[in-house]
Design a protein around this ligand. Structure first.
Ligand code: GLC
Ligand code: CA
Length: 606
């Protein structure tokens, strides 16, 4: 019997141990890496003809690859770079402009690779640095740029800096790169603050001093295996600037910045105020972050070709969000406001309007994101009574109608592809995959354990992709694989394999392909203005330029379409000139006979 792939779970008592197998070479590797002149200053866009005179990232379609679940070439049950290389033609045929790779660096995988032990080396389970360079080059040949994921808020507890900090003991300069603090309470046995972890629970872990006695605590906003860096420290800044250069030198066209609004902390470590003023939260959205991103922008702008900085910024306040997108800071940031909205026309429209209104003044393109490796798949989300998304509300066993959800996810795919700005597609959404109920004994995501088992965690959207064939692993791993896929795939995915969908003109995959082909060809799509058309409140109808109209029906009845438009694409069958519920249609209006003389603009009273 093959064994299930994936890494051993970490022992909980690792903290007290100092890793003995870290060599001097490893300790210095991060600062003395040799640069091969042949790879320096690789272009990020060789051979990709510009489609217009604006930078590519303003309207790019960016596909998120979660490496360990994309495709496994060597049969160990874990996706790898060779698997991605073999599937690049699939991504070209899908019509994407860029790939964002979730972290592919050396990592103990305590948080799916967001615990990085070496930012300049590829995890051996995924491949090698030479292969990553080859992958970047091969993708470029197919017209696809590469965005790498940078994790600046924290490192792995196995990162040489943290290993050294634990070993060096209290008060050492090595510890200044992190947040070590004495505990509170008479014997220091209480955490230094009452803060709450982003993954629930206490964001502090107590260390053991070299003499074996309980020592200081260190801060980790996520798991204990992800100690937070101290961004007040010059080494931390210099190191990350060097990491950016390392990947830009290798042809990365951009970086996705993990947890971008969390890096800076108030060194005074005050409690979180009841109702913090903007910038007044001790760990979120602190004003000093902007100086860091101005530095990074200077670095990105110093490279030929347009290199993009994409922030993972979770902030409810859209104006504070837009501050990260000022012209000398990040180029774009994920629009999670839209992603968290329920399937409700008024809420979606309000989110579209506030998004566009916030991005306009800073002249940054909006981004449209239906999902990613952290959230419930849209097919599942939109098939639930509460179709909004919130981490705090994730529970096992929520009743789901995936037929309804898939229908809405199709409509949502066309809606988002028609909105102004750039578009993100999370791997498998183009196949209409549903969120998987991962068996308890397979769950690896630390969010599950840290919630006391209440939150199913994020593995349900990270199940290895089904490529072909009637049974697991559905071509994810090759024939003769030595291990099962690291998470088991449900049997019903036999209906959803890429190869099966390729030959079905009505499939989700072919809907995505057609949508991206049209999006690329239509001058009105991508970056540019959006004009709302008068419509009942549960219909979203807008024009992009003179020649393109998108209509989404979120009502419960079929709605008549304008009489003279030609249908470019529809997410469901349009019959007798009516668009059914939970569907989107793209139309070419008849110019001689204006489809709607009463065009409205955002903010119009209705
Ligand atoms: C981001 C990542 C998520 C990770 C967390 C900590 O939110 O998307 O997967 O767990 O940061 O790095
Ligand atoms: Ca593999």
């Amino acid at each position: 019997m093959p064994t299930r792939g994936g890494r051993d779970r970490r022992t909980p008592d690792w903290i007290a141990q100092t890793r003995t197998d870290v060599t001097e070479r490893e300790l210095t590797a991060t600062t003395t890496i040799a640069r091969s002149p042949s790879v320096l200053q690789r272009p990020s866009d060789a051979g990709i003809p510009p489609r217009h005179d604006r930078p590519w990232w303003r309207d790019a379609v960016i596909y998120e690859v979660y490496v360990r679940s994309f495709a496994d070439a060597n049969g160990d049950g874990i996706g790898d770079l060779a698997g991605v290389r073999a599937r690049l033609p699939y991504l070209r045929d899908l019509g994407v402009d860029a790939i964002w790779f979730t972290p592919w660096y050396v990592s103990p995988m305590a948080d799916g690779g967001y615990d990085v032990a070496d930012y300049r080396a590829i995890d051996p389970a995924f491949g090698s640095l030479a292969e990553a360079e080859q992958l970047i080059a091969e993708a470029l040949e197919l017209g696809i740029r590469t965005i790498v994921d940078i994790v600046p808020n924290h490192v792995s507890d196995r990162h040489p800096w943290f290993v050294a900090a634990l070993a060096a003991g209290p008060g050492s300069p090595e510890r200044d790169r992190f947040w070590f603090r004495p505990g509170s309470g008479p014997d220091g046995s209480e955490p230094p603050t009452g803060w709450v972890s982003e993954f629930r629970g206490i964001p502090w872990t107590r260390t053991t001093d070299p003499d074996g006695r309980p020592g200081d605590w260190y801060l980790h906003l996520f798991t204990a295996e992800q100690p937070d860096l101290n961004w007040e420290h010059p080494d931390v800044r210099a190191e990350h600037e060097a990491i950016l250069r390392f990947w830009f030198d290798r042809g990365a066209a951009g970086v996705r910045i993990d947890s971008a609004a969390l890096l800076v902390k108030d060194p005074g470590m005050p409690e979180v105020p009841e109702d913090p003023a903007p910038g007044g939260h001790p760990i979120h959205d602190r004003d000093a972050l902007h100086d860091i991103y101005r530095e990074w922008r200077t670095i990105a702008d110093g490279y030929p070709g347009d290199r993009v900085l994409v922030g993972e910024v979770w902030l409810a306040d859209v104006d504070r969000f837009a501050r990260y997108l000022r012209p000398d800071e990040l180029h774009t940031a994920f629009n999670f406001d839209f992603m968290t909205q329920p399937w409700d026309a008024r809420r979606l429209r309000a989110s579209i309007d506030s998004t566009l209104a916030a991005h306009g003044p800073v002249d940054a393109p909006a981004t449209w994101v239906l999902s990613n490796h952290d959230v419930t798949r849209p097919v599942t989300r939109y098939g639930r009574q509460d179709s909004s998304f919130a981490f705090a509300r994730k529970r096992f066993g929520a009743p789901t109608d995936t037929t309804l959800g898939r229908r809405r996810a199709r409509a949502a795919a066309l809606l988002t592809a028609a909105l102004p700005g750039s578009l993100y597609i999370y791997q498998g959404d183009e196949l209409g995959l549903d969120e998987v109920d991962v068996p308890l004994d397979e769950i690896q995501d630390p969010m599950h354990a840290r919630s006391g088992g209440v939150d199913p965690g994020r593995d349900g959207c990270r199940v290895p992709l089904p490529w072909t064939g009637p049974s697991a692993p559905f071509g994810f791993s090759p024939r003769g694989a030595t291990a099962d896929a690291w998470l088991s795939q449900p049997a019903h995915w036999a209906e959803l394999t890429a190869s099966r969908q390729e030959s079905d003109p009505g499939s989700m995959l072919n809907l995505y392909r057609s949508a991206l082909r049209i999006r690329r060809a239509e001058p009105g799509l991508g970056d540019g203005p959006l004009e709302w058309l008068a419509s009942p409140p549960d219909i979203l109808a807008f024009a992009r330029g003179k020649d393109f109209i998108s209509i989404t029906n979120l009502s419960s009845a079929a709605t008549p379409l304008p009489p003279n438009g030609a249908i470019l694409l529809a997410s469901a069958e349009v019959s007798e000139g009516h668009l059914p519920p939970d569907a989107t249609v793209w139309l070419r209006p008849d110019r001689d006979e204006p489809t709607d003389p009463a065009r409205r603009v955002p903010g119009d009273d209705r």
